[in-house]
Design a protein around this ligand. Structure first.
Ligand code: F6R
Length: 618
């Protein structure tokens, strides 16, 4: 995600900012920028975007060499684009119309569309496509309305007008030593080094300089000056400062105290699902897909859908096939992307081809989508990377908002993909009128509960470890599921084989007796997805088939479902949810199982052998 760094009262403002940005680089970014306040009428602002593999931080450092000496305060930012493409204009810091203030922001301003319209009506000129820029103009507005109000008051008043999540740092040429920070949801920490006061979105950015931190809580504002930190609530009530000392090394800090990036990223899954849902459900219950460049009429004219993807993205697509067919009543074909263009698929202008790819760069999927365009099909991409190659070439893009994923195995991006795809399925259903309005309302309510249910599933990590211990000696695993449990079984098997290098295969449970059941002998570990989705009874009959042949059965089951538990040697419990949402919750213990088994075998879960995060060769 984006990174923030700010400083006041330092003799090395530029160095502190650039070092801090370099420390935040590991999070992934597509552009970066800094603003310095030295006592002149406007801040000096530099921005650079990473293009074609160049590192924007290096460009930025070169540009900032020309900065006039004597900066008294400064802010810096690494941006991971969500609203607005990764261009230099969209990079932070953003400034107001007068050039008096500059600010950097992490998070999402949910009501930015209505706020920008109101600001433009009032004569403000907004230059970027970001949700952030409205904040600079709102603060400008407040400073102009009440000339006695200083920056802190103006920031408080401006924030009262926004909805959403924010961590921000603002500098003001009228008060060159001042940095104002505020947060809601997105984190901020303050550090002190002699007279210098430092601010960052996460601890690694400051770790080289200090180990003593003050953590800003939700709805708090900090007024930072050389040698002084004053924290208040958004309502102006004073907040006592409580210092916290960390003894992490840099690597541990980057992982936020988790053992590895994979476990950090698994724990970010509730936020990845919530962020991917954010803004998409309008207050009246309708769905809005803001990055769609296809008109509703074009989508209504679609009579067939193809989904193309690889690996975990393919499994997300397979789960979506059930949702699109059931809710939107559209026929869906799904293809492994590397096979698609060689099989002469039948496509035309009424076909919608959905490419699913967290990176947006996987060459097999990119080429499949190019093939689709050759046949005039409409192309929609689900990607986690704004302006990725696939996103640039598509007719429409629906971005997942999982933030950068550093672990090679897809976890939070996979959950975010499944979330975006159910949103899309409901959108298509809405356009085609295939669901009753009250059904949609119920489904939206269930969708809103997904982040909390994913969090509950994650909390069961200790139970998963006990199950993992009980099957740790097995050299091979069979995963089975039916209906939407089938893609979950495939994903469980993929996670296990790529992380632990053990043999793991996923099958549709009904297919077992057509061959795979020959693999089952006493002690074979069979992992079944037995949550209460549509084919639960049939699934349990398949479970009975393997049990009677002596398999050790582990079942993913809904909380309190003792009937299912009685058929299992061990249970991975998950909260129940609507049947077509179930893969988003049910896959979580399988990720944890794969993770735990890999750790038992002493393997590097972040960098499994032979695998790459972005696969750009065919
Ligand atoms: C599995 C995994 C891979 C990717 C696949 C597609 O954990 O990470 O199977 O899912 O390489 O990558 P994207 O989604 O970037 O197209």
């Amino acid at each position: 995600m984006c990174g923030i760094i700010a400083v006041t009262g330092s003799d090395d403002t530029v160095e502190v900012l650039l070092d801090g940005l370099a420390m935040l680089e590991y999070r992934g970014y597509d552009s970066a920028g800094v603003a310095l306040v030295a006592g002149g009428p406007v801040p000096s602002v530099w921005r650079a975007r990473a293009a074609n593999g160049t590192r924007s931080l290096e460009d930025l450092a070169k540009a900032v060499e020309s900065a006039p000496p004597g900066a008294r305060s400064g802010i810096g930012h690494t941006r991971w684009a969500t609203h607005g493409r990764p261009t230099e204009t969209n990079a932070h810091p953003h400034v107001d119309c007068t050039g008096r203030i500059a600010l950097v922001h992490n998070g999402i301003i949910e009501n930015h569309t209505e706020l920008s319209a109101a600001l433009e009506d009032a004569g403000h000129v907004l230059e970027s496509e970001t949700d952030t820029e409205v904040l600079a103009h709102l603060i400008e507005d407040e400073l102009a309305t009440d000339r006695t109000a200083g920056l802190v008051v103006a920031v408080r008043r401006a924030l009262a007008r926004v909805r959403g999540a924010f961590a921000l740092a603002v500098v003001d040429t009228a008060d060159p030593d001042l940095v104002v920070a505020a947060r809601r949801v997105s984190p901020l920490v303050i550090g002190r080094l002699g007279e210098a006061v430092l601010l960052a979105s996460d601890i690694p950015a400051l770790l080289a300089r200090t180990r003593d931190f003050f953590v800003l809580d939700d709805d708090q504002v900090a007024e930072l000056r050389p040698g002084s930190i004053v924290v208040t609530t958004l309502d102006g009530a004073p907040v006592p400062l409580v210092a916290r000392t960390v003894d992490w090394d840099l690597d541990a800090a980057r992982k936020d105290g988790y053992e590895d990036f994979m476990s950090k990223e698994m724990h970010q899954q509730p936020a990845a699902v919530a962020d991917t849902l954010r803004d998409r459900v309008l207050p009246d219950g309708r769905l809005a897909l803001d990055e769609m460049r296809l008109s509703d009429d074009e989508l209504r004219a679609v009579d067939k859908v193809f989904i193309v993807a690889c690996g975990s993205s393919y499994h997300a697509g397979l789960a979506a096939k059930y949702a699109i067919e059931h809710w939107a009543r559209l026929p869906v074909e799904i293809d492994i992307a590397s096979e698609f263009r060689y099989r002469d698929p039948v496509l035309d202008a009424h076909t919608l081809v959905i490419g699913v790819s967290q990176s947006g760069e996987t060459v097999d999927t990119l080429q499949a989508l190019r093939e689709a365009r050759r046949w005039n099909a409409k192309v929609l991409v689900i990607s986690n990377v704004v302006d990725s190659s696939m996103a640039r070439e598509a007719d429409a893009v629906l971005y997942t908002r999982a933030g950068p994923e550093i672990g090679v195995a897809a976890t939070k991006t996979h959950l975010a993909q499944m979330t975006a795809l159910v949103v899309l399925a409901l959108y298509l259903a809405q356009l085609r009128g295939t669901l009753y309005p009250e059904e949609t309302v119920q489904l939206l309510a269930a969708m809103g509960e997904l982040p909390a249910k994913v969090a509950v599933a994650l909390d069961r990590g200790g139970d998963v470890a006990a199950v993992a211990r009980s099957v740790a000696a097995s050299p091979s695993f069979i995963f089975i599921g039916r209906h939407v449990g089938y893609p979950v079984a495939l994903e469980g098997a993929l996670k296990l084989k790529e992380l632990s290098y053990l043999r793991a295969e996923g099958f549709p449970a009904g297919e077992l007796k057509h061959g795979p059941i020959a693999l089952v002998e006493p002690g074979t570990v069979v992992i079944g997805i037995a949550t209460r989705t549509r084919l639960w009874e049939k699934m349990m009959a398949n479970v009975a088939e393997v049990r009677s042949r002596g398999a050790t059965v582990v079942l993913v089951a809904n909380d309190g479902d003792e009937e299912t538990a009685r058929q299992a040697d061990a249970v991975l419990w998950v909260p129940p949810t609507g049947p077509l949402f179930a893969p988003i919750v049910d896959v979580v213990p399988l990720q944890q199982l794969a993770y735990t088994l890999a750790r038992f075998h002493g393997l590097d879960v972040d960098r499994p052998r032979n695998l790459a995060k972005v696969v750009t060769v065919e």
